[in-house]
Design a protein around this ligand. Sequence first.
Ligand code: GUN
Length: 283
Amino acid sequence: MTAQLIDGNALSRQLRAEVSQRVANLKARGITPGLAVILVGDDPASQVYVRNKVKACEDTGIHSVLEKYESSLSEAALLARVQALNHDPTIHGILVQLPLPAHIDAHKVIEAISPAKDVDGFHVASAGALMVGQPGFWPCTPYGCIKMLESIGYDLKGKHAVVIGRSNIVGKPMALMLLQRDATVTICHSRTADLKALTLQADVIVAAVGKRHVLTADMVKPGAVVLDVGMNRNDEGKLCGDVDFEGVRQVAGWITPVPGGVGPMTITMLMVNTLESAERSTG
Ligand code: GUN
């Protein structure tokens, strides 16, 4: 068996076309959705991510403001910028790119963002809303994974989903979203005693650890859906995920590639959240 690919680029194109249409509808009513992106310092990976986010805004008609600051920017100055953007009516989404320099408390900065503009879904109010099933912004990467499952018409009801990784921005919210769709969810992590015994029972596996070959073919039930959130480099410097793609694709029913899988979906869901924030602002 060779798994079918879930193409994150193709799905992103389709969803971004829908976003563009809804942006045009809002603009016709005099509202332009706006996203502010704040980058502090010169982390090379962050610079690439931020550039891609601004480009996605341009492609979908969303107004974007990129604010770049030296790594010496004080925490107080950053908090003041966030406060100003909270009150700026042309801005519907605020994204502070992580990681921040060590002298800045990232938690404090995220909590300073108005939950109404928290399009990253990182604020504790957003996390709480997801936990209790109330409206709020969902973190973009796990939200993108849910959209990928929807795109193949996958019904999660009663299925066993295994999430590998327990981060606040992927693993934990992913587990809650799967639970909300009536899956039975297991969260695995670095202290899990027998990962393979659990993944072998899974109908859906989400690998979100940030380490190569966390999931290999011998750990996957035939026909399972495998979503790979990892972004790593192999020995040749090539981008690769957490999943041993060549091996696992021989066993799985569906699989996301890296690159071209979950990665583009993250930015697409940021566009969706920003658009929805602008739509909500109209009441
Ligand atoms: N750094 C890496 N991924 C992300 C993300 O999705 N949002 C923010 N704000 N920072 C990041």
